[in-house]
Design a protein around this ligand. Structure first.
Ligand code: MSP
Length: 650
């Protein structure tokens, strides 16, 4: 037997400073679907998630709660594990940084790098953001002198500390990033990191003495190890770094560290420097996904808009939430969560498209053929086209899931579901059933529908594992669902002839929107209260002056104009095609600049695009965003930026 190809995938380890929200669930769900896909194609997957339990913030939280740090985190981490179980996350291990196995790894790594001469003792004077557990220099702070990531105040700290010689590795890391275009994705993040390193890397302070909730520095017990140094090494602990060389050899380097966009820097600069100091290979890929916002706003406790995934699972079930998150958001970009959009997707895609296909197929098989799927013979043109579409969908799935195009893959699978529904309308089995001469034709149609559903259940299994298995069971397929591999759907005809299907069971009940509305008053009242409060706050503000959070709502990106043409019968308008970088869908924007530019002049320009503007139609042409321009009433110039397409503008 040939050895299975290993695939090691990780999520960030989450801080147990508070309960997890829907944004965290988003990240873990992505990782889970990718892990499930790699198992489906026969790889030996190791999928790791966990909790990052040390640091000053946790110590402060525990003090506020009047409990010890370990009591504090134990309770919250139990909640993490319960959430992952409820969301059907298939992780192979769960690492807690407070576990002994991890403490040993961190201390050993410290010792090895110290022995090599890459850790030295010095004194640290600088600025620290406790919520982000990040050190900053004066020039890195935002315009208000606050943390550039979370915009909260930083504290001055001054203490004796150990430093890691990161500066020594700066050139090598830069070289590595430049030589390995796939290492950091999406490409916009890669460019950010290259620019960051080019500004020079300081040595990193990796120990603290002002609090004690951390792993002790093995050679100097009054210090604890900096929480990010401790956290990043979590990726080595469960795969046998210290105790199982064979396992370690198999899974390291990791195939994919999936992380949120704001922690790409830690994973692609600090982490590679640590690995280089240990003479270990670097991970093959770090992917920085975008952030989930809620109803257009960043989630925050103070706004009261933090969405608890547990509540959603209670109401709609895990698979519906998973489907929504993976379908609705393009992986590298920020995306919006809204309850209304979720309900709409459940009703149209799940209850209607998928639910109806299964229901109609089983019902008709029971009604017209006593529930038995008969052997097909011959094929019509429609049958042929259905089978060709199935094959094309399976091929698309294999290629695009490798490339982490989850949303595009789901859309393609749903196109096939619609196609199968259309096949019912085209073949009209109810009419065939009335004609005794069309028995074989009817048998073929029912067989092809069941076979389509068999294929669909496998294709949706990375995204909606429970629904996939429910479909499989309702079809009554003899093969155990857990043993299914991609090869099982690569050729047509896996449903055994003579199979008696099971009873149809509803997959997703429709959510009655009116009922939903009626149950909303409590939620509405809460929203109104929040809006009122916002208004009062606004009154106290200087007219015309906006807060950083208002500005933060506008998402700006550098975009390259790849094509431009006039809009017919509109002398002021040009239709532009804009690229947001490799792998990102192009945007079409209609812009009122025709009086100032010839279309060709614009091609190749790097302009600034508002990417989260609601699409609109101008003279019947869809416009998905707006580009920025400066105008004095007479002349006009579009804003140009010498940065790669996709780069965020802040
Ligand atoms: N503990 C560190 C990670 C250490 S990994 C060696 C940490 N923890 S965190 O709990 O603050 O964040 C964990 C992950 O959740 C990050 O990747 C972050 O981007 C992600 N998210 C937090 N809020 C999010 C959204 N609103 N949307 C999507 N992901 C978000 O950072």
């Amino acid at each position: 037997m040939t050895e299975k190809k290993p695939f090691y995938i990780t999520t960030p380890i989450y801080y147990p400073s508070a309960k997890l929200h829907i944004g965290h669930a988003y990240c873990t769900t992505i990782a889970d679907s990718i892990a499930r896909f790699h198992r489906l194609i026969g790889e030996d997957v190791f999928f790791l998630t966990g909790s990052d339990e040390h640091g000053q913030k946790i110590q402060q939280k525990a003090e506020e709660a009047g409990v010890t740090p370990i009591e504090y985190v134990d309770k919250i981490v139990a909640g993490f594990q319960n959430l992952w179980k409820r969301l059907n996350i298939s992780n192979d291990d769960f690492i807690r940084t407070t576990q002994k196995r991890h403490e040993r790894v961190v201390q050993e790594i410290f010792n090895r790098i110290y022995a090599k001469g890459d850790i030295y003792k010095g004194s640290y004077k600088g600025l620290y953001c406790t919520p982000c557990e990040s050190y900053w220099t004066e020039h890195q702070l935002d315009e208000n002198g606050c943390c550039p990531d979370c915009h909260r105040p930083v504290q001055e700290v001054s203490e004796e500390a150990y430093f890691f010689k990161m500066s020594k590795y700066a050139d090598r890391v830069l070289q590595y990033i430049e030589d390995h275009p796939d290492f950091i994705q999406p490409v916009s993040r890669r460019n950010e990191m290259i620019n960051f390193i080019k500004q020079g890397l300081d040595d990193l302070c990796i120990s603290r003495t002002s609090f004690d909730w951390g792993i002790p520095v093995p050679i100097d017990l009054k210090h604890v190890i900096y929480v990010w140094f401790d956290a990043l090494t979590n990726y080595l602990t469960p795969i046998g770094f210290l105790d199982d060389p064979e396992k370690f050899q198999k899974y390291w380097p990791a195939d994919l560290h999936l992380v949120g966009k704001e922690i790409v820097r830690f994973h692609t600069i600090i982490w590679p420097c640590i690995l280089m100091a240990l003479d270990l290979p670097l991970p093959k890929k770090v992917y920085g996904h975008g952030w989930l916002i809620v109803d257009g706003d960043k989630m925050s406790k103070s706004k009261g808009n933090v969405v608890d995934p547990n509540g959603l699972i209670d109401e709609f079930g895990a698979d519906a939430i998973r489907y929504f998150l993976l379908r609705e958001i393009n992986l590298g970009q920020d995306g919006n969560f809204s309850r209304d959009a979720l309900i709409q997707r459940i009703n149209s895609d799940l209850a209607n498209d998928l639910g109806n296909l299964l229901h109609r197929t089983l019902n008709m098989t029971i009604k017209f053929q006593d529930g038995v799927l008969l052997a097909p013979e011959g094929e019509s043109e429609v049958d042929k086209s259905l089978k060709a579409d199935a094959k094309e969908t399976v091929d698309f799935f294999k290629k695009n899931m490798q490339d982490m195009q989850l949303s595009a893959t789901i859309k393609k699978v749903w196109a096939f579901i619609s196609r199968a529904n259309k096949y019912i309308d085209e073949t009209t089995p109810w009419a065939l059933a009335k004609d005794s001469e069309k028995k074989q034709e009817l048998a073929n149609v029912m067989y092809n529908l069941a076979e389509s559903l068999r294929v669909i259940s496998v294709l949706i299994s990375p995204f909606m594992p429970v629904t996939a298995e429910r479909i499989w069971k309702q079809l009554n397929l003899p093969q155990a669902f857990k043993d299914v591999q991609i090869e099982d759907i690569e050729s047509w005809g896996g449903v055994p002839a003579g199979l008696k299907v099971g009873e149809p069971e509803q997959l997703f009940p429709r959510i009655e929107v009116e009922k939903e509305e009626a149950e909303k008053p409590a939620k509405k009242a809460k929203q109104e209260k929040a809006a009122k409060q916002k208004k009062t706050e606004k009154k106290e503000e200087v007219p015309g002056v906006i807060g950083i959070e208002d500005f933060g709502k506008v998402a700006l990106r550098v975009a390259e104009v790849v094509a431009a043409e006039p809009v017919p019968k509109a002398d002021k308008l040009l239709k532009l095609q804009l690229s947001l970088g490799e792998g990102q869908p192009q945007r079409q924007v209609v812009s009122g600049i025709a009086k100032f530019y010839q279309p060709d002049e614009l091609v190749g320009k790097h302009v600034v695009l508002v990417v989260n503007l609601k699409p609109a139609k101008l003279r019947g042409v869809v416009s998905e965003g707006m580009i920025l321009a400066a105008s004095d009433g007479k002349g006009l110039k579009v804003l140009e930026v010498n940065m790669p397409a996709g780069t965020e503008v802040r």
